[in-house]
Design a protein. Structure first.
Length: 65
């Protein structure tokens, strides 16, 4: 059975991969031509950077627990 720490880190990793993929997908094949797809990719990459920072902080905190 997977522990709560491992599940949390797995879920954060999965979220980072998903937001990165969506940002790349919007740049490569825009679903809405023009600036909307570009804005959505920028938002997705921004969330991905935030998740990376959050994951790093959580990983450091879980080392001390």
């Amino acid at each position: 059975m997977i522990g709560i720490k491992s599940f949390h880190l797995f879920f954060i990793s999965l979220s980072i991969i998903l937001t990165g993929w969506y940002g790349y997908f919007e740049l490569a094949t825009p679903s809405n031509p023009g600036s909307i797809s570009f804005i959505m990719s920028i938002v997705s990459f921004s969330i991905m950077i935030g998740l990376i920072a959050y994951g790093y902080n959580v990983f450091k905190k879980f080392k001390s627990i």
